[in-house]
Design a protein around this ligand. Structure first.
Ligand code: GLY
Length: 365
């Protein structure tokens, strides 16, 4: 299946197909133009990399490899410097397409490196984690982390092609799979209540390994993301901001855990979405039933549905203080993604942070 991200002369296809990694050459040969293709990946993904290399070699495409350490620490100035120097040493030109094979860390770093290499070269995303397959590989947000916080240095730089093989998820730890699934649920909660129903009906089987359900969930998520990105590529009209549902609360929880493995990003988003609905219900913006339904589904998947499940004991004031460092803070206010119901998310820029702190203090610990 092919979904087009329609951005004028920067449009690109996202191809989703079980087994695609072995057949990626079909899509990559025209981009190689007879030149060596550089694959950037991490050392945990050698199996996937060998599958990709075998297919490219059989199709007559020469490859070069840059292997980086796995983990969030790779999204750093030091690794950006190493990667750009390595790409230059390999002779990458502006018209070449660098392949980012990996999860969100590899995709974000390679995308950013390609946005600045020779003032911009091409890249292809081949995401291997669920989080990257349903969100970060599409839409052109690229970044590294700074001392002051995550993703603070980056650029919008769209890939030329995204190839998604749901079979790569077979080797993903189940905790990471669940964390990525939070971003799937997000699309239902934003503006697609029928898809939230679908998640309630099929989420558990998807996590358990059903490849058809995984493929359907990825395709549905990417179709939603492609539509939103085409409408608001640079997050200026408020439409793309809807994709941040759960991220402001979630960011505070992640900051409280030091952005460590204690709480994965997707787990923070899950708890954050439950809190966004909980706050919306507590302030009579949406029904208590809808808020309870969101929490129940997340819980049923094994995702945190609030502070206590996320292991957070901090006070409301401490958590709100983390929110003040959010990069979306503008002129002293923080836009919150709240909900009028399932599938009815909206941006509220008049939320009082002291009120949010009071709400958080009232949550069970
Ligand atoms: N991950 C949110 C976005 O791409 O806008």
């Amino acid at each position: 299946m092919k979904i087009d991200v329609k951005l004028g002369d920067r449009s690109y296809p996202v191809v989703i197909e079980a087994g695609l990694l072995a057949n990626a050459a079909h899509w990559l040969v025209p981009l190689a133009r007879g030149r060596t293709m550089v694959i950037v990946t991490d050392s945990n993904l050698r199996h996937h990399r060998h599958v990709l290399e075998r297919g490219l070699t059989a199709a007559g495409v020469a490859t070069a490899l840059i292997e980086l350490p796995p983990g969030e620490g790779t999204k750093s100035w030091a690794m950006l410097e190493k990667l750009t120097d390595d790409l230059l040493d390999l002779g990458v030109e502006r018209g070449d397409h660098v392949i980012a094979l990996g999860g969100g860390v590899i995709g974000d770093l390679v995308g950013f490196a390609c946005s600045i290499l020779k003032r911009g070269c091409q890249f292809v995303q081949i995401p291997t984690s669920l989080l990257a397959q349903v969100d970060s590989s599409v839409g052109g947000k690229t970044a590294i982390n700074a001392r002051a916080g995550k993703n603070l240095i980056g650029a919008f730089h769209q890939p030329a092609l995204v190839l998604i093989d749901p079979e790569t998820l077979a080797t993903l730890p189940v905790r990471e799979l669940r964390a990525g699934y939070a971003e799937v649920v997000k699309y239902g909660l934003i503006d697609d209540p029928a898809f939230f129903d679908w998640c309630e009906n099929h989420g558990a089987a998807l996590i358990a390994g059903d490849i058809d359900l995984r493929t359907q969930a990825i395709a549905h998520s990417i179709a939603a993301k492609a539509r939103i990105v085409a409408e608001d590529e640079r997050e200026t009209t408020g439409k793309r901001a809807l994709l941040n549902l759960g991220h402001t609360f979630g960011h505070a929880l992640e900051a409280e855990t030091g952005f460590s493995d204690r709480l994965l990003h997707g787990e923070g988003v899950a708890a954050g979405m439950a809190l966004a609905f909980g706050y919306s219900a507590a302030r009579s913006r949406c029904s208590a039933e809808d808020s309870a339904r969101v929490a129940a589904h997340l819980r049923s998947i094994g995702l945190p549905d609030g502070l206590s499940a996320a292991g957070i004991a901090a006070s409301g004031a401490t958590l709100v203080d983390h929110m003040r460092h959010d990069k979306k803070m503008a002129a002293g206010t923080l836009p919150f993604l709240l909900a009028r119901g399932i599938g009815q998310t909206y941006v509220d820029s008049a939320v009082d942070l002291a009120d949010v702190a009071g709400f958080l203090d009232a949550q069970p610990r």
